[in-house]
Design a protein around this ligand. Structure first.
Ligand SMILES: NC(=O)c1ccc[n+]([C@@H]2O[C@H](COP(=O)([O-])OP(=O)(O)OC[C@H]3O[C@@H](n4cnc5c(N)ncnc54)[C@H](O)[C@@H]3O)[C@@H](O)[C@H]2O)c1
Length: 393
């Protein structure tokens, strides 16, 4: 060993809190004030969320003595860019944030992704809070440790692992969410239910319809149960491999093998939630063909997608596309497929090798989904304007 050599420990210990904060959406900010703990703060939000919630929340914070500035950003896939992150970093300096100050992201996944990126860069790392306001945010995008921006030809291509200090969840933000965004979120919750949580799946079976029909009057206790259960299961799973460096076997990849390809091949006319739904349906139909899933469970899964206003097939997803997606995944996941397929409600296995998945099973499954459920095939536009390949979130 070289005598002039020192091994420097570069590990950082850390943890973050995710908790329910009922009433935050209507300006009950006591918990937020206590989390802010006297620190100068910059609240980052979107035009819609500013109009619906942020003005009231900011007003209540200022009344409670918080030293707060607010910035409203256009938050869409186009603005998930270096330029927008730079603008936000500059804003942090303009309003005088120092090393002890806080950024607060109040919005959907795009907003919290931008805040995560800016927090990781400004002064080499500021503390930040996330307050997700979409269903995808509450159960997925807003609760993990990742943030990303898009390159002009690749979604979520540049990103960081940078944990927030706190995440505050108020399911009541759902009351104003458009139906399509609720369906998108339900697709992610169904993913978690099918892959690992039969209880969550039952909650979804019983409640999706009510939530979709009228988010403003849906039972808040059931909605809270759905949000908390789904986010808890996701966090328990994330925690095992938070920085995605321990294993390629990630149950949460369920739904994400074919979905990036469906999204990009549609020119992003198909939303992420819809693409995940199509994949859940396909993997269930393939699992049935392989003798891994009963006909009853396959049909229950397909029904749950239908109840959540989601399609189960897409004209884009042909057997050639499936073959291409499997080959790409094999390369992406260290030479093994690690494809998650359901074996029951709340149970799944990994299929490692492409040989274990005959294309005939895909062909039969695709034909079944197209013929039996052709009325459910829809293409729905996503907000995204990006038109090339996509990396998994
Ligand atoms: N970092 C991660 O781990 C992760 C995980 C999943 C997804 N994502 C990212 O999240 C993004 C998608 O996020 P999203 O689905 O939350 O959508 P979004 O952030 O694009 O928001 C969609 C729209 O909903 C509006 N909105 C937000 N809350 C609202 C409310 N309560 N009522 C009415 N309108 C509201 C917003 O203003 C916006 O116009 C994608 O860019 C995706 O890449 C990130």
């Amino acid at each position: 060993m070289n005598a002039f050599h020192k091994l420097v420990s570069a590990n950082r210990e850390g943890s973050y809190s995710v908790s329910l904060a009922p009433g935050l959406s209507v300006g009950k900010v006591a918990e937020l004030v206590s989390v802010i703990d006297g620190r100068k703060s910059l609240l980052v939000t979107t035009p819609t969320v500013a109009r619906l919630y942020a003005r009231q929340i900011a007003g209540s914070l200022i009344e409670s003595g918080v030293d707060l500035s607010t910035v409203v950003l256009e938050c869409n896939e186009k603005s998930k860019s270096f330029a927008e992150v730079e603008r936000l970093c500059q804003k942090c300096f303009e309003v005088g944030l120092d090393r002890r100050s806080l950024l607060i992201g109040l919005g959907g996944g795009v907003c919290t992704d931008l805040v995560t990126m800016a927090a990781s860069l400004t002064r080499r790392g500021l503390s930040y809070l996330r307050i997700p306001t979409t269903l995808i945010g509450l159960i997925d995008a807003g609760i993990g440790v990742k943030g990303a921006i898009n390159l002009p030809n690749k979604k979520s291509a540049i990103g960081v692992f940078f944990p927030p200090e706190h995440v505050l969840l108020d399911p009541s933000f759902m009351q104003t969410l458009p139906r399509e965004l609720i369906s998108d979120g339900l697709a992610e919750a169904i993913k978690v239910g099918v892959a690992m949580d039969p209880f969550l799946f039952e909650v979804l079976e019983q409640f999706s319809n009510e939530l979709l029909k009228s988010p403003s009057t849906a039972d808040i206790n059931k909605l809270t149960k759905l949000v908390w259960r789904s986010s808890l299961r996701l966090l328990e799973e994330l925690e095992k491999n938070l920085y995605e460096d321990r294993t390629y076997q990630r149950i949460l990849d369920f739904g994400h093998t074919f979905s990036p390809l469906v999204e990009s091949m549609s020119g992003f006319r198909v939303s992420h939630g819809v693409a995940v739904a199509v994949y859940i349906a396909l993997s269930s139909a393939v699992a049935y063909e392989l003798g891994l899933l009963s006909v009853e469970d396959r049909n229950r899964i397909l029904r749950s997608l239908r109840t959540a206003g989601l399609p189960i097939s897409s004209p884009i997803l042909t057997d050639e596309v499936c073959d291409k997606a499997l080959r790409e995944m094999e390369a992406h996941r260290g030479g093994h497929l690690n494809l998650v397929v359901p074996t029951g409600i709340g149970k799944s296995v990994f299929i490692d090798e492409k040989q274990a998945l005959p294309m005939s099973a895909f062909r039969t499954a695709l034909r079944f989904l197209d013929s039996e459920f052709s009325g459910l095939t829809v293409l729905r536009p996503s907000a995204s304007t990006i038109t090339h390949a996509v990396a998994p979130d």
